[in-house]
Design a protein around this ligand. Structure first.
Ligand code: BTN
Length: 326
């Protein structure tokens, strides 16, 4: 951990001295570490792909940041209370959810976040796979250990949906729609998906992993041909490349803000934020494939169930696929 903070400190100093060289002596003094510690961390930054020039009489200069999603970059200026207290970034893994579940079983603390540049076995809901090509999108998992029952934990899906939507609004200037229960849409096509997995007993949750996949810069040919739903990426919708690090940092900040609000004030504020982004509210809908229902979608209740109303009354929908009536 001391090594990580020296590395982050060196990167912060490089940012503050963008126009010149930083002497090894200055780095030691500013960070209160030894010369050897600085050498070691400069070497490990180079191993990560940072191009750092070293000139004998002048010191070090940062020439290039690697084109990878790196924890070192995401952590710069993050300053969150819970989410992202520790951030890991992997070049490749099967699934960030599975990777984080392993760490959770070994006692990892709440707030740990794992990103991967590439998933070889990205998982979606209902046993589907999640296309996770290298270097274009965001694949992350967040570890939470809330003192909640398994029933209440379902509400946290809305925390990740609203956080991913707010970060898209702030960083990409787009207005995503939420689709119950786990999707984000742009132009009516799926741009992000959420997969929450928990380890729990009947009345107590041991841990919860929030898995979030956001299609940021994916190209059309990178989507699998057999996709069962229309999907897109921010780049396909806007034509602009999204800086993945900026989006990742904004997402962690939004998650931290909304999770803290949820713990302090309960689910209501986040559910209202979710409803604001749900275009089907107030519209006639049909629900199939779980609960069957037809009527006007009036909102979601405290447990995150959809409320559908018709002449026979109000129905709570706990699972299924919701579509506008035609
Ligand atoms: C879905 O809409 O079906 C959910 C997709 C969730 C994908 C994310 S990517 C990061 C995390 N790791 C996984 O294997 N899945 C989730």
């Amino acid at each position: 951990m001391a090594e990580v903070s020296t590395r982050d400190g060196i990167l912060r100093l490089f940012r503050e001295h963008q126009d010149g060289y930083l002497s090894g002596e200055d780095i030691c003094r500013e960070l209160g570490v030894s010369r050897t510690a600085v050498w070691k961390q400069i070497r490990s930054l180079r191993d990560l792909g940072y191009r750092i020039e070293g000139v004998a009489s002048q010191g070090y200069r940062l020439l290039e940041i690697p084109d990878r999603l790196l924890a070192e970059e995401i952590r710069q200026g993050l300053r969150t209370q819970r989410i992202g207290r520790e951030v890991l970034s992997l070049k490749e893994t099967g699934s960030t959810n599975s990777y984080l579940q392993d760490l959770a079983e070994k006692g990892a603390e709440e707030g740990l976040v794992v990103f991967a540049d590439h998933q070889t076995g990205g998982r979606g809901r209902l046993g589907r796979s999640w296309a996770s090509p290298e270097g274009v999108n965001l694949y992350l998992s967040v570890l939470l250990r809330p003192a909640l029952s398994p029933m209440e934990v379902a509400q946290l899906t809305f925390v990740s949906a609203v956080a991913a939507a707010q970060a898209l609004e702030d960083v990409c200037g787009v207005q995503p729609e939420v689709k119950w229960p786990n999707d984000l849409l742009l132009g009516g096509k799926k741009v992000a998906g959420l997969l929450n997995e928990m380890q729990a007993e009947v009345d107590q949750v041991h841990y919860l992993v929030l898995g979030i996949g956001v299609n940021l810069n994916m190209e059309l040919e990178q989507f699998p041909p057999d996709l069962r739903y229309p999907a897109t990426s921010v780049k396909l919708e806007t034509g602009a490349v999204v800086n993945r690090t900026t989006y990742a940092r904004s997402l962690l900040k939004a998650l931290d803000r909304l999770y803290t609000q949820y713990l302090n004030q309960g689910a209501k504020p986040v559910l209202r934020e979710w409803e604001k982004r749900c275009a089907l509210i107030g519209q006639p809908v049909t629900v199939t494939g779980g609960t069957e229902a037809r009527g006007v979608l009036v909102g979601i209740d405290e447990d995150g169930a959809l409320l559908v109303e018709n002449e026979t009354g109000r129905q709570r929908v706990l699972s299924g696929d919701v579509r506008p009536q035609n």
